[in-house]
Design a protein around this ligand. Structure first.
Ligand code: IPE
Ligand code: IPE
Ligand code: MG
Length: 249
């Protein structure tokens, strides 16, 4: 979607098909299993997962990745026991309070996708503050998906298009893929080049359904708290060795 940056991409060539992914999206899965394997409560797995987030941000910056999108809480995760949901929200609160200043110093721009209106008002304020404070930063864009669901995002885009048609501002025949994509969240960002899921599960769990149409998918057995710099670098190396075709030959 972003027209600019193509030259930049080529300039960073290195690897079989030669390009550092501009946008990496990660389904951070396996915190519970990491904790269970150690006889620890799940909350500690989530806490260790937040540490892995700090490391992933650092590695993404050093690799020159432009956008890192992290799936932190899905619209289906409300089905979990109330105390686990509370732990996850508390951790998000803590992360935002603790990390914003440093992310800002490191020129990271923070953005959020998902339905934030269902979050507590203090979290909504922290999110708005994080976005505002880092809005002018031009380094890594860090996107956190919180109460995010890909199907809902698509339905919301369809609803907005329908409203424009109903208001007479748009003809049905003008609805094409570009018009549709413009109504999704983060329409200004390139689609993910690489989607990584940790924990050995091989599914998308409602993550970036539209945007991942042509993403390279990488499923790792590693549990999210164990996702370290070497694992991230290897994942990117695996990506650069792949041949992307986009239907061509
Ligand atoms: C990922 O770890 C964190 C969230 C989904 C919020 P899980 O909590 O899903 O860990 P497992 O899958 O039970 O191991
Ligand atoms: C996906 O993990 C959501 C996040 C990582 C935030 P889940 O653990 O919720 O996914 P399922 O239930 O195994 O599909
Ligand atoms: Mg899981």
């Amino acid at each position: 979607m972003l027209a600019s940056g193509q030259g930049e991409q080529t300039a960073r060539a290195g690897g079989a098909n030669g390009i550092v992914p501009r946008h990496v999206a990660i389904i951070m899965d396996g915190n519970g299993r990491w904790a269970a394997a150690r006889g620890l409560p799940r909350a500690l797995g989530h806490r260790q997962g937040a540490e892995a987030v700090r490391g992933a941000v650092r590695t993404a910056r050093s690799l020159g990745i432009e956008v890192l999108t992290l799936y932190a809480f899905s619209s289906e995760n409300w089905k979990r026991p109330a105390d686990e949901v509370r732990d996850l929200m508390a951790l998000l609160r803590l992360y935002l309070r603790r990390e914003i200043a440093e992310l800002d110093r490191n020129d990271v721009r923070m953005r959020f996708i998902g339905d934030r209106t269902a979050l507590s008002s203090d979290l909504q304020e922290l999110i708005a503050h994080a976005e505002r404070k880092t809005a002018e930063n031009r380094g890594l864009q860090l996107v956190l998906a919180v109460n995010y669901g890909g199907r809902n995002e698509i339905v919301c885009a369809a609803r907005r298009l329908a409203e424009e048609v109903a208001a007479g501002r748009l003809a049905p025949a003008e609805i094409d893929e570009d018009a549709f994509a413009r109504h999704l969240e983060l329409a200004d960002l390139p689609d993910p080049d690489l989607v990584i899921r940790t924990s050995g599960e091989q599914r998308l769990s409602n993550f970036l359904l539209w945007q991942s149409a042509y993403s390279e998918l990488l499923f790792l057995d590693c549990l999210w708290p164990d996702f370290d710099e070497a694992t991230f670098r290897q994942a990117v190396a695996d990506y650069t060795a792949r041949e992307r075709r986009f239907g061509g030959r």
